[in-house]
Design a binder for this molecule. Structure first.
Ligand code: SAM
Length: 502
Protein backbone atom coordinates (compact mmCIF):
# COMPACT_ATOMS: atom_id res chain seq x y z
CA UNK A 1 0.00 0.00 0.00
CA UNK A 2 1.39 3.44 -0.86
CA UNK A 3 2.53 5.53 2.09
CA UNK A 4 0.17 8.44 2.85
CA UNK A 5 3.18 10.74 3.06
CA UNK A 6 4.51 9.64 -0.31
CA UNK A 7 1.22 10.22 -2.17
CA UNK A 8 0.45 13.39 -0.21
CA UNK A 9 -2.90 11.90 0.86
CA UNK A 10 -4.08 13.86 3.89
CA UNK A 11 -7.82 14.32 3.54
CA UNK A 12 -9.43 17.65 4.30
CA UNK A 13 -11.83 18.03 7.27
CA UNK A 14 -15.40 18.45 5.91
CA UNK A 15 -16.00 21.81 7.61
CA UNK A 16 -12.89 23.31 6.00
CA UNK A 17 -13.91 22.00 2.56
CA UNK A 18 -17.42 23.43 3.05
CA UNK A 19 -16.05 26.86 4.00
CA UNK A 20 -13.67 26.98 1.03
CA UNK A 21 -16.42 25.86 -1.33
CA UNK A 22 -18.67 28.62 0.08
CA UNK A 23 -16.19 31.35 -0.91
CA UNK A 24 -15.38 29.77 -4.28
CA UNK A 25 -18.21 27.92 -5.97
CA UNK A 26 -20.82 30.11 -7.63
CA UNK A 27 -21.55 27.97 -10.66
CA UNK A 28 -20.88 24.53 -12.08
CA UNK A 29 -19.58 22.37 -13.46
CA UNK A 30 -17.14 21.78 -10.62
CA UNK A 31 -13.95 19.75 -10.73
CA UNK A 32 -11.59 18.48 -8.03
CA UNK A 33 -8.45 17.25 -9.81
CA UNK A 34 -7.19 15.23 -6.80
CA UNK A 35 -10.49 14.33 -5.20
CA UNK A 36 -9.52 11.78 -2.53
CA UNK A 37 -12.76 10.57 -0.91
CA UNK A 38 -14.74 13.45 -2.45
CA UNK A 39 -15.21 15.84 0.44
CA UNK A 40 -14.92 18.95 -1.76
CA UNK A 41 -17.20 17.60 -4.50
CA UNK A 42 -19.84 16.69 -1.95
CA UNK A 43 -19.67 20.17 -0.42
CA UNK A 44 -19.89 21.70 -3.92
CA UNK A 45 -22.90 19.50 -4.79
CA UNK A 46 -24.68 20.52 -1.59
CA UNK A 47 -23.97 24.20 -2.29
CA UNK A 48 -25.26 24.09 -5.87
CA UNK A 49 -28.32 22.06 -4.77
CA UNK A 50 -29.08 24.73 -2.17
CA UNK A 51 -29.08 27.18 -5.06
CA UNK A 52 -31.73 25.16 -6.85
CA UNK A 53 -29.83 22.55 -8.90
CA UNK A 54 -31.05 18.96 -9.00
CA UNK A 55 -28.70 16.63 -7.03
CA UNK A 56 -29.18 13.78 -9.54
CA UNK A 57 -28.22 15.98 -12.45
CA UNK A 58 -25.30 17.39 -10.48
CA UNK A 59 -23.89 13.99 -9.57
CA UNK A 60 -24.23 12.57 -13.05
CA UNK A 61 -23.30 15.54 -15.25
CA UNK A 62 -21.95 18.54 -13.29
CA UNK A 63 -19.44 17.19 -10.73
CA UNK A 64 -16.05 15.98 -11.98
CA UNK A 65 -13.08 14.55 -10.18
CA UNK A 66 -9.90 12.59 -10.65
CA UNK A 67 -7.51 10.66 -8.47
CA UNK A 68 -4.63 8.33 -9.21
CA UNK A 69 -5.86 6.04 -6.42
CA UNK A 70 -8.74 3.77 -7.58
CA UNK A 71 -9.98 3.37 -4.01
CA UNK A 72 -10.34 7.15 -3.72
CA UNK A 73 -12.26 7.24 -7.02
CA UNK A 74 -14.62 4.52 -5.77
CA UNK A 75 -15.18 6.32 -2.46
CA UNK A 76 -15.98 9.61 -4.21
CA UNK A 77 -18.43 7.96 -6.58
CA UNK A 78 -20.17 6.24 -3.66
CA UNK A 79 -20.30 9.46 -1.61
CA UNK A 80 -21.86 11.46 -4.46
CA UNK A 81 -24.17 8.62 -5.49
CA UNK A 82 -25.41 8.14 -1.90
CA UNK A 83 -26.09 11.84 -1.54
CA UNK A 84 -27.89 12.22 -4.89
CA UNK A 85 -29.73 8.88 -4.86
CA UNK A 86 -28.15 7.50 -8.05
CA UNK A 87 -26.00 4.46 -8.83
CA UNK A 88 -22.22 4.91 -8.30
CA UNK A 89 -21.69 3.89 -11.93
CA UNK A 90 -23.76 6.94 -12.92
CA UNK A 91 -21.17 9.30 -11.40
CA UNK A 92 -19.24 9.20 -14.65
CA UNK A 93 -17.32 12.43 -14.21
CA UNK A 94 -15.14 10.98 -11.42
CA UNK A 95 -12.27 9.09 -12.99
CA UNK A 96 -9.02 7.33 -12.20
CA UNK A 97 -6.47 9.53 -13.95
CA UNK A 98 -3.47 11.78 -13.55
CA UNK A 99 -4.73 15.21 -14.61
CA UNK A 100 -1.33 16.82 -14.08
CA UNK A 101 -0.26 14.98 -17.21
CA UNK A 102 -3.54 14.35 -19.03
CA UNK A 103 -5.16 17.76 -18.36
CA UNK A 104 -8.70 18.24 -19.63
CA UNK A 105 -8.70 15.01 -21.59
CA UNK A 106 -9.40 13.19 -18.28
CA UNK A 107 -13.01 14.37 -18.54
CA UNK A 108 -14.28 13.78 -22.11
CA UNK A 109 -17.87 14.55 -21.05
CA UNK A 110 -17.03 17.95 -19.55
CA UNK A 111 -18.32 21.01 -21.41
CA UNK A 112 -15.89 22.54 -23.88
CA UNK A 113 -15.98 26.03 -22.34
CA UNK A 114 -14.28 24.82 -19.17
CA UNK A 115 -15.31 24.51 -15.54
CA UNK A 116 -17.19 27.03 -13.43
CA UNK A 117 -15.15 26.07 -10.37
CA UNK A 118 -12.02 24.14 -9.42
CA UNK A 119 -11.72 23.10 -5.79
CA UNK A 120 -9.69 20.67 -3.73
CA UNK A 121 -6.62 19.85 -1.78
CA UNK A 122 -4.04 18.42 -4.16
CA UNK A 123 -1.13 16.34 -2.87
CA UNK A 124 1.79 18.25 -1.40
CA UNK A 125 4.86 16.62 -2.87
CA UNK A 126 7.84 18.65 -1.68
CA UNK A 127 11.14 17.97 -3.41
CA UNK A 128 13.26 18.05 -0.27
CA UNK A 129 11.93 14.73 1.07
CA UNK A 130 13.07 11.61 -0.71
CA UNK A 131 9.66 9.88 -0.44
CA UNK A 132 7.81 12.69 -2.23
CA UNK A 133 10.48 13.96 -4.66
CA UNK A 134 9.77 13.40 -8.38
CA UNK A 135 11.91 10.77 -10.06
CA UNK A 136 13.72 11.77 -13.26
CA UNK A 137 10.94 10.48 -15.58
CA UNK A 138 8.22 12.27 -13.67
CA UNK A 139 10.22 15.50 -13.63
CA UNK A 140 10.74 15.28 -17.40
CA UNK A 141 7.04 14.59 -17.95
CA UNK A 142 6.00 17.56 -15.80
CA UNK A 143 8.57 19.83 -17.47
CA UNK A 144 7.07 18.92 -20.85
CA UNK A 145 3.60 19.69 -19.58
CA UNK A 146 4.49 22.91 -17.69
CA UNK A 147 7.64 24.10 -19.51
CA UNK A 148 8.32 27.22 -17.46
CA UNK A 149 6.96 26.22 -14.09
CA UNK A 150 9.05 23.28 -12.86
CA UNK A 151 12.15 24.24 -10.85
CA UNK A 152 14.35 22.16 -8.59
CA UNK A 153 12.05 22.64 -5.58
CA UNK A 154 8.65 22.87 -7.25
CA UNK A 155 5.93 21.24 -5.16
CA UNK A 156 3.37 19.23 -7.14
CA UNK A 157 0.62 21.19 -5.34
CA UNK A 158 1.73 24.41 -7.10
CA UNK A 159 1.40 22.71 -10.49
CA UNK A 160 -2.20 21.80 -9.68
CA UNK A 161 -2.83 25.56 -9.47
CA UNK A 162 -1.54 25.98 -13.02
CA UNK A 163 -3.64 23.01 -14.15
CA UNK A 164 -6.72 24.44 -12.40
CA UNK A 165 -6.23 27.82 -14.07
CA UNK A 166 -6.21 26.12 -17.47
CA UNK A 167 -9.35 24.14 -16.62
CA UNK A 168 -11.45 27.20 -15.69
CA UNK A 169 -14.00 28.78 -18.00
CA UNK A 170 -13.82 32.59 -18.24
CA UNK A 171 -15.29 33.93 -14.99
CA UNK A 172 -14.69 30.59 -13.25
CA UNK A 173 -13.28 30.46 -9.72
CA UNK A 174 -10.71 28.23 -8.04
CA UNK A 175 -9.42 27.47 -4.59
CA UNK A 176 -6.91 24.69 -4.03
CA UNK A 177 -5.31 24.18 -0.63
CA UNK A 178 -1.56 24.79 -0.79
CA UNK A 179 1.47 24.57 1.47
CA UNK A 180 2.28 28.07 2.75
CA UNK A 181 5.58 27.83 0.86
CA UNK A 182 3.54 28.95 -2.17
CA UNK A 183 3.60 32.45 -0.70
CA UNK A 184 7.32 33.02 -0.67
CA UNK A 185 9.31 30.13 -2.15
CA UNK A 186 11.55 31.21 -5.01
CA UNK A 187 10.55 28.22 -7.12
CA UNK A 188 6.87 29.14 -6.65
CA UNK A 189 7.41 32.55 -8.27
CA UNK A 190 6.67 31.21 -11.74
CA UNK A 191 3.33 29.75 -10.63
CA UNK A 192 2.41 32.95 -8.77
CA UNK A 193 3.15 34.88 -11.95
CA UNK A 194 1.17 32.38 -14.04
CA UNK A 195 -1.90 32.88 -11.86
CA UNK A 196 -1.73 36.67 -11.93
CA UNK A 197 -1.16 36.59 -15.68
CA UNK A 198 -4.38 34.60 -16.18
CA UNK A 199 -6.79 36.26 -13.77
CA UNK A 200 -7.07 37.87 -10.37
CA UNK A 201 -6.49 36.89 -6.77
CA UNK A 202 -9.86 37.53 -5.16
CA UNK A 203 -9.03 36.28 -1.67
CA UNK A 204 -6.30 34.50 0.25
CA UNK A 205 -6.94 32.09 3.10
CA UNK A 206 -4.17 31.62 5.65
CA UNK A 207 -4.52 28.96 8.30
CA UNK A 208 -2.78 29.54 11.63
CA UNK A 209 -4.91 27.04 13.52
CA UNK A 210 -3.25 23.81 12.37
CA UNK A 211 -6.11 22.40 10.28
CA UNK A 212 -4.00 19.39 9.37
CA UNK A 213 -3.07 18.62 12.98
CA UNK A 214 0.20 20.47 12.97
CA UNK A 215 1.42 19.09 9.64
CA UNK A 216 2.45 21.46 6.83
CA UNK A 217 0.91 24.92 7.45
CA UNK A 218 -1.58 25.65 4.67
CA UNK A 219 -3.17 28.47 2.73
CA UNK A 220 -5.43 28.74 -0.32
CA UNK A 221 -5.57 31.41 -2.98
CA UNK A 222 -9.14 32.09 -4.14
CA UNK A 223 -8.63 32.87 -7.79
CA UNK A 224 -10.97 34.11 -10.49
CA UNK A 225 -10.33 33.84 -14.19
CA UNK A 226 -11.31 37.43 -14.85
CA UNK A 227 -9.58 40.79 -15.20
CA UNK A 228 -8.83 42.54 -11.90
CA UNK A 229 -11.62 44.93 -10.89
CA UNK A 230 -10.07 46.10 -7.64
CA UNK A 231 -6.52 46.24 -6.42
CA UNK A 232 -7.42 44.52 -3.15
CA UNK A 233 -7.34 40.94 -1.95
CA UNK A 234 -9.71 39.79 0.80
CA UNK A 235 -7.92 37.99 3.62
CA UNK A 236 -9.47 35.00 5.38
CA UNK A 237 -7.99 33.42 8.46
CA UNK A 238 -7.91 30.11 10.26
CA UNK A 239 -10.23 27.14 10.37
CA UNK A 240 -13.48 29.08 9.97
CA UNK A 241 -12.17 31.36 7.22
CA UNK A 242 -12.90 34.45 9.27
CA UNK A 243 -12.69 37.74 7.36
CA UNK A 244 -9.36 39.32 8.29
CA UNK A 245 -9.26 42.56 6.30
CA UNK A 246 -7.81 43.31 2.90
CA UNK A 247 -4.34 43.62 1.42
CA UNK A 248 -2.99 45.25 -1.72
CA UNK A 249 -3.09 42.86 -4.68
CA UNK A 250 0.32 41.45 -5.62
CA UNK A 251 1.86 42.15 -9.00
CA UNK A 252 4.04 39.90 -11.15
CA UNK A 253 5.99 37.13 -9.50
CA UNK A 254 6.79 38.92 -6.23
CA UNK A 255 6.31 36.98 -3.02
CA UNK A 256 2.90 37.05 -1.36
CA UNK A 257 4.36 37.23 2.17
CA UNK A 258 3.40 40.91 2.36
CA UNK A 259 -0.28 39.99 2.03
CA UNK A 260 -0.23 37.88 5.17
CA UNK A 261 2.38 39.82 7.16
CA UNK A 262 -0.33 41.37 9.35
CA UNK A 263 -1.89 37.95 10.03
CA UNK A 264 1.51 36.67 11.12
CA UNK A 265 2.05 39.73 13.34
CA UNK A 266 4.89 41.12 11.20
CA UNK A 267 4.86 44.92 10.81
CA UNK A 268 5.00 46.09 7.19
CA UNK A 269 7.74 48.58 6.45
CA UNK A 270 8.63 50.57 3.34
CA UNK A 271 12.14 51.75 4.07
CA UNK A 272 13.90 54.56 2.31
CA UNK A 273 16.99 52.76 1.13
CA UNK A 274 20.14 53.37 -0.80
CA UNK A 275 21.34 50.21 -2.47
CA UNK A 276 21.48 46.75 -0.99
CA UNK A 277 23.87 44.64 1.10
CA UNK A 278 25.27 42.97 -2.01
CA UNK A 279 26.44 46.36 -3.32
CA UNK A 280 28.68 46.83 -0.31
CA UNK A 281 29.85 43.34 0.59
CA UNK A 282 30.50 39.88 -0.75
CA UNK A 283 27.79 37.57 0.58
CA UNK A 284 28.40 33.82 0.51
CA UNK A 285 27.30 30.62 2.19
CA UNK A 286 29.40 27.49 2.48
CA UNK A 287 28.30 24.23 0.92
CA UNK A 288 28.04 20.74 2.34
CA UNK A 289 31.67 20.05 1.54
CA UNK A 290 32.71 22.98 3.72
CA UNK A 291 30.92 21.33 6.62
CA UNK A 292 32.17 17.80 6.07
CA UNK A 293 35.66 18.99 5.14
CA UNK A 294 36.07 20.23 8.71
CA UNK A 295 35.21 16.91 10.35
CA UNK A 296 38.43 15.54 11.78
CA UNK A 297 40.10 18.98 11.78
CA UNK A 298 38.38 20.32 14.90
CA UNK A 299 39.53 19.95 18.49
CA UNK A 300 38.94 21.66 21.80
CA UNK A 301 40.80 24.92 22.33
CA UNK A 302 43.14 23.39 24.90
CA UNK A 303 44.24 20.66 22.47
CA UNK A 304 44.85 22.74 19.33
CA UNK A 305 48.10 24.70 19.31
CA UNK A 306 47.36 27.13 16.44
CA UNK A 307 43.70 27.03 15.59
CA UNK A 308 40.83 29.27 14.56
CA UNK A 309 37.51 29.34 16.47
CA UNK A 310 34.75 27.39 14.72
CA UNK A 311 31.47 29.35 14.82
CA UNK A 312 28.24 27.40 14.40
CA UNK A 313 24.76 28.84 13.78
CA UNK A 314 23.87 28.12 17.40
CA UNK A 315 26.71 30.34 18.61
CA UNK A 316 25.52 33.42 16.71
CA UNK A 317 23.42 35.92 18.65
CA UNK A 318 22.55 39.44 17.54
CA UNK A 319 25.85 41.38 17.64
CA UNK A 320 27.30 38.77 19.96
CA UNK A 321 29.23 35.53 19.58
CA UNK A 322 28.77 32.85 22.21
CA UNK A 323 31.90 30.92 21.28
CA UNK A 324 33.51 29.65 24.48
CA UNK A 325 30.56 30.63 26.68
CA UNK A 326 27.94 28.25 25.22
CA UNK A 327 28.36 24.75 23.92
CA UNK A 328 28.41 24.19 20.18
CA UNK A 329 27.20 21.15 18.23
CA UNK A 330 29.27 19.85 15.40
CA UNK A 331 29.85 16.44 13.83
CA UNK A 332 27.51 14.65 16.22
CA UNK A 333 28.94 15.95 19.50
CA UNK A 334 29.08 18.96 21.78
CA UNK A 335 32.08 21.23 22.03
CA UNK A 336 33.00 23.82 24.68
CA UNK A 337 35.43 25.87 22.59
CA UNK A 338 35.83 24.23 19.15
CA UNK A 339 38.96 25.14 17.21
CA UNK A 340 39.74 24.37 13.59
CA UNK A 341 43.32 23.29 12.99
CA UNK A 342 43.86 24.53 9.40
CA UNK A 343 46.84 22.19 8.97
CA UNK A 344 44.53 19.23 9.58
CA UNK A 345 42.04 20.14 6.82
CA UNK A 346 42.68 17.53 4.15
CA UNK A 347 40.49 18.81 1.29
CA UNK A 348 42.47 21.50 -0.52
CA UNK A 349 39.35 23.34 -1.70
CA UNK A 350 38.02 23.55 1.85
CA UNK A 351 41.43 24.64 3.15
CA UNK A 352 41.52 27.45 0.56
CA UNK A 353 37.93 28.42 1.39
CA UNK A 354 38.59 28.80 5.11
CA UNK A 355 41.77 30.70 4.34
CA UNK A 356 39.75 33.17 2.27
CA UNK A 357 37.38 33.64 5.19
CA UNK A 358 40.26 34.98 7.29
CA UNK A 359 39.09 38.59 7.12
CA UNK A 360 36.82 40.93 9.08
CA UNK A 361 33.25 39.77 8.49
CA UNK A 362 29.68 39.59 9.68
CA UNK A 363 28.19 36.12 10.19
CA UNK A 364 24.43 35.70 9.81
CA UNK A 365 22.43 32.76 11.18
CA UNK A 366 19.94 31.22 8.79
CA UNK A 367 16.85 30.06 10.76
CA UNK A 368 15.97 32.54 13.47
CA UNK A 369 12.99 34.68 14.49
CA UNK A 370 14.78 37.94 13.67
CA UNK A 371 17.99 38.41 11.72
CA UNK A 372 20.88 37.46 14.03
CA UNK A 373 24.24 38.78 12.84
CA UNK A 374 27.52 38.82 14.78
CA UNK A 375 30.73 40.63 13.95
CA UNK A 376 34.18 39.07 13.70
CA UNK A 377 36.35 42.23 13.62
CA UNK A 378 39.70 40.38 13.54
CA UNK A 379 38.60 37.83 10.98
CA UNK A 380 39.91 34.72 12.71
CA UNK A 381 36.69 32.70 12.99
CA UNK A 382 35.75 29.87 10.64
CA UNK A 383 32.02 29.95 9.79
CA UNK A 384 30.29 26.59 9.71
CA UNK A 385 27.71 25.86 7.00
CA UNK A 386 24.89 27.00 6.87
CA UNK A 387 26.09 30.34 8.28
CA UNK A 388 26.04 33.20 5.79
CA UNK A 389 29.22 35.28 5.54
CA UNK A 390 29.12 38.98 4.72
CA UNK A 391 32.50 40.46 3.84
CA UNK A 392 32.54 44.24 3.30
CA UNK A 393 35.48 46.56 3.12
CA UNK A 394 36.71 46.56 6.78
CA UNK A 395 35.80 50.27 7.10
CA UNK A 396 32.13 49.37 6.45
CA UNK A 397 32.01 46.44 8.88
CA UNK A 398 30.00 48.11 11.64
CA UNK A 399 27.65 49.79 9.20
CA UNK A 400 26.83 46.44 7.65
CA UNK A 401 26.39 44.88 11.07
CA UNK A 402 24.05 47.70 12.12
CA UNK A 403 21.96 47.41 8.96
CA UNK A 404 21.62 43.62 9.22
CA UNK A 405 20.79 43.81 12.94
CA UNK A 406 18.19 46.55 12.50
CA UNK A 407 14.43 46.13 13.11
CA UNK A 408 13.40 47.15 9.54
CA UNK A 409 15.67 44.53 7.98
CA UNK A 410 14.29 41.83 10.29
CA UNK A 411 10.72 42.79 9.34
CA UNK A 412 11.55 42.72 5.63
CA UNK A 413 13.29 39.37 5.94
CA UNK A 414 10.34 37.96 7.91
CA UNK A 415 7.91 39.12 5.21
CA UNK A 416 9.92 37.65 2.38
CA UNK A 417 10.26 34.37 4.27
CA UNK A 418 6.60 34.14 5.38
CA UNK A 419 5.55 30.54 4.89
CA UNK A 420 8.99 29.33 3.85
CA UNK A 421 10.50 28.51 7.25
CA UNK A 422 10.27 24.99 8.53
CA UNK A 423 8.15 26.39 11.32
CA UNK A 424 6.09 29.52 10.84
CA UNK A 425 7.70 32.57 12.39
CA UNK A 426 11.27 31.62 11.44
CA UNK A 427 13.19 33.78 9.01
CA UNK A 428 14.92 31.45 6.60
CA UNK A 429 17.77 33.35 5.04
CA UNK A 430 19.93 32.50 2.07
CA UNK A 431 23.00 34.32 0.78
CA UNK A 432 20.91 35.74 -2.05
CA UNK A 433 18.20 37.05 0.31
CA UNK A 434 20.83 38.68 2.52
CA UNK A 435 22.53 40.28 -0.50
CA UNK A 436 19.17 41.76 -1.57
CA UNK A 437 18.39 43.35 1.83
CA UNK A 438 18.30 47.14 1.62
CA UNK A 439 20.81 49.56 3.11
CA UNK A 440 19.64 52.67 5.00
CA UNK A 441 18.99 55.87 3.09
CA UNK A 442 20.06 58.29 5.84
CA UNK A 443 23.86 58.03 6.14
CA UNK A 444 24.27 60.33 9.17
CA UNK A 445 21.81 58.39 11.30
CA UNK A 446 23.30 55.15 10.02
CA UNK A 447 26.73 56.30 11.30
CA UNK A 448 25.13 56.66 14.75
CA UNK A 449 23.64 53.17 14.42
CA UNK A 450 27.05 51.73 13.48
CA UNK A 451 28.55 53.22 16.63
CA UNK A 452 25.72 51.83 18.73
CA UNK A 453 26.27 48.40 17.14
CA UNK A 454 29.92 48.51 18.12
CA UNK A 455 29.01 49.48 21.68
CA UNK A 456 26.60 46.54 21.93
CA UNK A 457 29.23 44.18 20.53
CA UNK A 458 31.70 45.38 23.14
CA UNK A 459 29.18 45.00 25.96
CA UNK A 460 28.50 41.42 24.81
CA UNK A 461 25.81 39.63 26.78
CA UNK A 462 25.85 42.54 29.26
CA UNK A 463 24.27 44.89 26.67
CA UNK A 464 21.21 46.35 28.37
CA UNK A 465 17.69 46.41 26.89
CA UNK A 466 17.97 50.22 26.89
CA UNK A 467 21.09 50.02 24.72
CA UNK A 468 19.39 47.59 22.35
CA UNK A 469 16.18 49.59 22.07
CA UNK A 470 18.13 52.82 21.51
CA UNK A 471 20.05 51.08 18.72
CA UNK A 472 16.80 49.76 17.22
CA UNK A 473 15.23 53.21 17.29
CA UNK A 474 18.22 54.88 15.64
CA UNK A 475 18.22 52.27 12.87
CA UNK A 476 14.47 52.73 12.27
CA UNK A 477 15.38 56.40 11.77
CA UNK A 478 18.21 55.48 9.39
CA UNK A 479 15.69 53.59 7.25
CA UNK A 480 13.11 56.38 7.58
CA UNK A 481 10.44 54.13 9.11
CA UNK A 482 8.36 54.62 12.24
CA UNK A 483 9.57 52.66 15.25
CA UNK A 484 5.97 51.94 16.29
CA UNK A 485 5.03 49.05 16.36
CA UNK A 486 8.20 47.77 14.72
CA UNK A 487 10.48 48.19 17.72
CA UNK A 488 8.18 46.21 20.06
CA UNK A 489 7.75 43.41 17.51
CA UNK A 490 11.51 43.15 16.98
CA UNK A 491 12.38 43.33 20.66
CA UNK A 492 9.69 40.73 21.48
CA UNK A 493 11.47 38.27 19.18
CA UNK A 494 14.99 39.28 20.20
CA UNK A 495 16.96 36.63 22.12
CA UNK A 496 18.36 39.30 24.46
CA UNK A 497 14.84 40.23 25.59
CA UNK A 498 14.47 36.73 27.00
CA UNK A 499 17.79 36.63 28.81
CA UNK A 500 17.49 39.92 30.71
CA UNK A 501 15.08 41.35 33.24
CA UNK A 502 13.42 44.23 31.40
C1 SAM B 1 -4.21 15.65 0.07
S1 SAM B 1 -5.23 14.36 -0.60
C2 SAM B 1 -6.64 15.31 -0.68
C3 SAM B 1 -7.83 14.63 -1.11
C4 SAM B 1 -9.10 15.47 -1.11
N1 SAM B 1 -9.03 16.53 -2.14
C5 SAM B 1 -9.38 16.06 0.23
O1 SAM B 1 -9.19 17.24 0.42
O2 SAM B 1 -9.81 15.36 1.14
C6 SAM B 1 -4.58 14.25 -2.19
C7 SAM B 1 -5.14 13.19 -3.10
O3 SAM B 1 -4.42 13.35 -4.33
C8 SAM B 1 -4.25 12.07 -4.91
N2 SAM B 1 -3.17 12.21 -5.90
C9 SAM B 1 -1.84 12.10 -5.77
N3 SAM B 1 -1.22 12.37 -6.94
C10 SAM B 1 -2.20 12.67 -7.83
C11 SAM B 1 -2.21 13.05 -9.20
N4 SAM B 1 -1.09 13.18 -9.88
N5 SAM B 1 -3.39 13.28 -9.79
C12 SAM B 1 -4.56 13.17 -9.09
N6 SAM B 1 -4.61 12.79 -7.81
C13 SAM B 1 -3.46 12.56 -7.18
C14 SAM B 1 -3.97 11.17 -3.73
O4 SAM B 1 -4.28 9.81 -4.07
C15 SAM B 1 -4.95 11.75 -2.69
O5 SAM B 1 -6.18 11.10 -2.74
Amino acid sequence: MPDRHDSGAFYTPADVATSLVAVTVEQGPVVDPACGAGVFLLAAGIRLAERGADPRELATTRLFGADTDPVAVHLTRCALAGWAGVEPSGVAGVVEADPLVAGRSCWPTAPGAGFGAVVGNPPFLGQLRSGTAFDADRRRELRRRFPDLVGAYTDAAWLFLALGTDLLAPGGRMSLIQPQSLLSARDAAAVRGYLLGSGRLDALWLDRSGVFDGRTPVCAPVFERAPAETSEVTLLADRHLEPAGVAAAPIGTVGWGGLVAGLLGIPMVSPSSDGCVGDMARVTAGFRQHYYGLVGAVGEDADVATGRPLVTTGLVDPLNCRWGSSQARFAGRRWSAPMVDPAAVVDEGVAAWIDERRRPKVLVASQTRIVEAMVDPEGGTVPLTPLITVEPDPSDLWHLAAALSSPPVSALAAVSAAGAGRSTGRVRLTARLVADLPLPGDRTTWDEGAEAAMAIHEAGWMASPQLWRAFGKVMCGAYGVSSTPLLDWWWGAHPASRSVIN
